[in-house]
Design a protein around this ligand. Structure first.
Ligand SMILES: *Cc1c(COP(=O)(O)O)cnc(C)c1O
Length: 244
């Protein structure tokens, strides 16, 4: 069996086990494949196995792989830091932007979408680990940002996204996920127009069990399926620390 197939089976097993042990229905938890640096050919292997959601971090990669994958039904989410000058391409190639984390981005997205007469699904990215190297609105800024975003009819808010603390101390990582869940609940209670924030996109290769235990509805996995990447994550998560 191909390594990707084998790895996918292991990841699904991990999600299923975590669901069982926390009394959740595995159908509540979807799997997004984080496909940065992964070739279209390898992504196809996973999609042919029945996977349905991929996530890219760079607009360039979105574009490059689009044609090769367009004949296989799937959804593409954008999960990387989004610069406003890339908006036009992102909304062309992605069905959901999980990394909306600031007002000027929301504003510019709205302007562009209005011009095109359409809307898009988004999630609000929250920096629950307070690490400077990570993007996302601060936990305290999340509700004010949500209220601002509610003014834009073109942005359909489906949930919240976070990257947990990088730590081997599980309980510290857990706190990030619990915080995201709490913010979700607070925002949901506001009944903001255009908000249907059921999704909690949290949990990756190293911490997916903890995320499932804390209510994740979407796990984002790269390494555990496709193997390790040649670029450090800082290349994708913080341009200031980018390798050239
Ligand atoms: C790369 C990436 C992931 C997946 O990380 P792995 O540790 O490889 O599973 C998840 N979310 C985001 C935003 C990513 O950039």
């Amino acid at each position: 069996m191909h390594k990707i197939r084998e790895n996918l089976a292991v990841v699904h097993q991990r999600i299923d086990r975590a669901c069982k042990s926390s009394g959740r229905n595995p159908e509540e938890v979807s799997l997004l494949l984080a496909t940065k640096t992964v070739s279209a050919e390898n992504i196809k292997i996973a999609l042919q196995m029945g996977e349905t959601i991929i996530g890219e971090n760079k607009v360039q990669e979105l574009k490059e792989k689009f044609d090769a994958l367009k004949d296989i039904p799937h959804q593409t989410h954008y999960i990387g830091h989004l610069q406003t000058n890339k908006i036009k391409d992102v909304i062309k190639y992605a069905g959901c932007i999980q990394s909306v984390d600031r007002l000027d981005l929301a504003q510019k997205l709205d302007q562009r979408l209005l011009r095109e007469g359409r809307s898009i699904d988004i999630m609000i990215q929250v920096n629950t680990s307070y690490e400077e190297s990570k993007f996302g609105v601060s936990p305290l800024g999340a509700i004010p940002l949500a209220k601002e975003i509610a003014r834009y009819d073109t942005l359909k808010v489906k949930g919240l996204m976070t990257i947990g603390l990088f730590s081997t101390e599980r309980e510290k990582v857990r706190k990030c996920f619990q915080l995201l869940k709490r913010i979700q609940k607070e925002i949901a209670e506001l009944n903001l127009p255009g908000f249907d924030i059921q999704q909690l996109s949290m949990g990756m290769s190293g911490d997916l069990e903890t995320a499932v235990e804390e209510g994740s509805t979407m796990i984002r996995v790269g390494t555990a399926v496709f193997g390790s990447r040649i670029y450090p994550d800082s290349y994708y998560w913080n341009e200031k620390a980018a390798v050239k």
